[in-house]
Design a binder for this molecule. Structure first.
Ligand code: GLA
Length: 379
């Protein structure tokens, strides 16, 4: 009856919606109690919301990413990261589900290294080696939380002071990790650290992803692409030999997208050592510059994960040690290869490998790394 009316009104509606969206576009972080540690420390859960971005929850216990709700092609959001059903699960974590890892992510051979002529012995927890900072690494610590305001709106700044001698590492290290949700929907993790005596540092996040949803079977059908022409081969205890070996002609070649499961059980001495993929890739491009490291597509849902980092390497781990004993958030057991990790890092065992990019931090210097996990959908 009034055919002209809608066309007159429409621009007004669009304009006012546009204004509202700009006003609300920035990230908001809400906090609530999550639990208490046996030592009586209060731990909180921080929920990040932003229009057009996945909703993300993070706790200050070990900085674990607790959930990431990412939509599929049809807009149906599911939780794409592994985690526990409750706070007690996080207290007992042995899998590093979404946690910060430090002081040194990945392995240090025999838990020993020499710095400025002095040899340090670390707590060992992985056969003869020290893994992920030792048994009581950064994933077990209660970090001091602060909701700060940045260019993306609210962000969560976590601080932890690791004492001189903790887990065998020299120097008091002050570590800061800032989680923010960017305009493009990416979850950015900005790490920095300073020390009062020479030490070694390698920080990462150990999020496990299943883009079909946590607990929804294996990730063998996910297509993986890694921006790397070489990797660092390992011995039977997963310590690098020091070599950088081309991926070409091996089942470790992910320069073009390939299903994770396509070659995972190939007769290959490297895959045997890891029980699947558990290898450090030497990323293309310039260390220190944020660039694409990996892209993963889950063909059925169309969910895509892109990972960007400033680090020289990434550990691609295909969840080989998951064995179904942990029952996850929605009550489903996490079986072998039911998730993958992309851990941005300096190369494993760098303190003992003079040919690898250096990991020594000295007083007056600042360690920095940035990694972004971005969930999108394929067309
Ligand atoms: C890293 C290691 C793996 C394993 C997992 C945690 O990815 O390289 O070998 O320890 O962490 O289980």
């Amino acid at each position: 009856m009034f055919p002209h009316r809608p066309s007159l009104l429409a621009p007004l509606v669009v304009l006012s919606l546009g204004a509202a969206m700009t006003a609300n576009a920035a990230t908001r972080v809400e906090r609530k109690p999550f639990g208490k540690t046996p030592a009586g420390e209060s731990v909180e859960l921080f929920t990040f919301t932003r229009a057009g971005a996945p909703t993300v929850a993070i706790t200050n216990l070990g900085g674990h990413i607790v959930s990431i709700l990412a939509p599929d092609r049809a807009g149906r959001a599911v939780d794409v990261t592994l985690g526990y059903r409750d706070f007690a699960g996080y207290l007992g974590d042995t899998s590093y589900f979404g946690s910060i890892v430090g002081r040194y992510a990945n392995r240090i051979a025999k838990g020993r290294f020499t710095l400025d002529g002095k040899t340090y012995s670390l707590a060992t927890n992985n056969g003869p080696n020290s893994l992920h900072g030792g048994p009581t690494g950064f994933q077990k610590r209660v970090w001091t939380p602060k909701v700060v305001s940045g260019k993306d709106g609210d962000a969560l700044e976590l601080t932890y002071v690791s004492k001189d001698g903790e887990e065998g590492y020299p120097g008091t290290l002050t570590a800061k990790v800032v989680y923010s949700l960017r305009e493009d929907g990416g979850l950015a993790i900005d790490y920095s650290a300073t020390t009062d005596a020479p030490t070694v540092v390698n920080l990462t996040n150990h999020a496990y992803f299943n883009l079909a949803g946590e607990g929804e079977g294996t990730i063998l059908g996910h297509e993986m692409q890694i921006e790397a022409d070489a990797y660092t081969p390992v011995d039977a205890t997963l310590i690098p030999t020091g070599e950088r070996r081309p991926v070409e002609g091996t089942p470790l070649d992910f320069r073009k997208p390939v299903a994770i499961g396509a070659r995972i059980d190939a007769a290959d001495e490297q895959l045997k050592a890891g029980g699947g993929y558990d290898h450090n890739y030497v990323l293309r491009g310039t260390m220190g510059e944020l660039r694409l490291a990996a892209r993963v597509v889950e063909p059925k849902s169309g969910r895509v994960l892109e990972m960007l980092t400033t680090e020289p390497g990434v550990q691609f781990y295909s969840g080989n040690f998951l064995d179904g004993k942990v029952v996850g958030k929605s009550g489903k057991p996490y079986g072998r290869r039911s998730a993958f990790c992309l851990e941005a890092q300096h190369f494993p065992d760098s303190p003992n490998q003079p040919g690898f990019p250096p990991v020594v931090l000295r007083p007056g210097q600042t360690y920095r790394q940035t990694t972004v996990y971005r969930c999108t959908v394929a067309p």
